[in-house]
Design a protein around this ligand. Structure first.
Ligand SMILES: [Zn+2]
Length: 299
């Protein structure tokens, strides 16, 4: 793959955390607290947009697949066994310039401003989850967690004609944001019965709730990765024929679909800071001393 030199304005995003059981521990914040495969010295940042050296406004698909294996050949690029992530295995976007494969770069629509374009990556996650749920147009949707992934799921469900969308989060500020982008019902937890539930948190408790609150035969899509606990009653899932699917990232085609969809979405729930304040923003988010849902860093 030929590297593409890039320059000028780069936006990268951080995910805010709240000190509560419903918490979206942003990938980069998690990378500092528990490095795992993000081995220092590494420039993190897997969600970014910017200018190429020839002046195009672009979004970068951070998932780099081999393009040759059985899974890539059938379009399942997100499942490539040798997949790599910009900002984790390769240098990422928390910088003034970054070099990425040319195949990862996609032009942005003219009517999509930088702040909203920087949220294309979470939208792509939601596009993928919606597809795994069988494109449930006209169905009752429940969403657990109103961080960036949960809010992106809400926006994608609304755009695609869900009959109703209920959102659960322990944070009143985040519930208010969900109401602002058209959630029909919000609360500390989901109440009632749903055809499809998206768990954007990923603890034993939220996974249990995502199975219990389903209609018999319903489908829950697990996107959250807070911890590894399953937490649900497997016998109940068998007797009620409940479907449980993991959802990771998106295909290359779904990333492009998210770019096309983004101008039609709200995507107003981010806060922008200068890149020079990046370290301070990281510390604030890790200390839980901010209600920021998504922090954008602008060089
Ligand atoms: Zn592959």
């Amino acid at each position: 793959m030929a590297p593409l030199a890039t320059s000028c304005v780069w936006y990268s995003t951080l995910t805010g955390t709240l000190r509560s059981p419903i918490e979206t521990a942003g990938s980069e914040l998690h990378g500092i607290q528990n490095p795992g495969f993000r081995v220092p010295p590494l420039i993190m940042g897997h969600e970014f947009v910017g200018h190429t050296s020839d002046g195009r406004r672009v979004a970068v698909d951070p998932l780099v697949s081999c393009g040759e294996c059985d899974l890539c050949a059938t379009g399942h690029t997100q499942l490539c066994r040798s997949r790599q992530l910009l900002g984790a295995h390769l240098a990422g976007g928390f910088a003034e310039r970054v070099s990425v494969p040319e195949s990862s770069v996609h032009n942005l629509p003219d009517d999509l401003d930088w702040d909203r374009a920087a949220l294309i990556e979470p939208v792509a996650n939601a596009v993928h989850a919606w597809a795994l749920a069988g494109e449930p147009r006209g169905k009752r949707i429940g969403i657990i967690g109103c961080g960036p992934i949960g809010l992106a799921c809400l926006e994608v469900a609304r755009y695609n004609g869900a009959a109703s969308v209920a959102c659960a989060d322990l944070s009143g500020e985040r519930r208010a944001v969900a109401v602002g982008i058209d959630a029909d019902h919000v609360g500390d937890a989901l109440e009632g019965e749903f055809d499809v539930i998206f768990d954007a948190v990923g603890t034993g408790g939220t996974r249990r709730a995502s199975v219990e609150r389903l209609i018999p035969g319903g489908t829950t899509i697990w996107l959250g990765l807070s911890n590894a606990d399953a937490g649900f009653d497997a016998a109940h899932a068998v007797r009620m024929e409940k479907n449980i699917r993991g959802s990771f990232a998106y295909t290359d085609a779904q990333f492009v679909e998210a770019i096309t969809m983004a101008p039609h979405l709200d995507l107003s729930w981010s806060t922008t800071y200068p890149l020079t304040e990046g370290a301070e923003v990281f510390n604030q988010l890790m200390a839980g001393g901010t209600t920021t849902i998504k922090a954008l860093l602008r060089p």
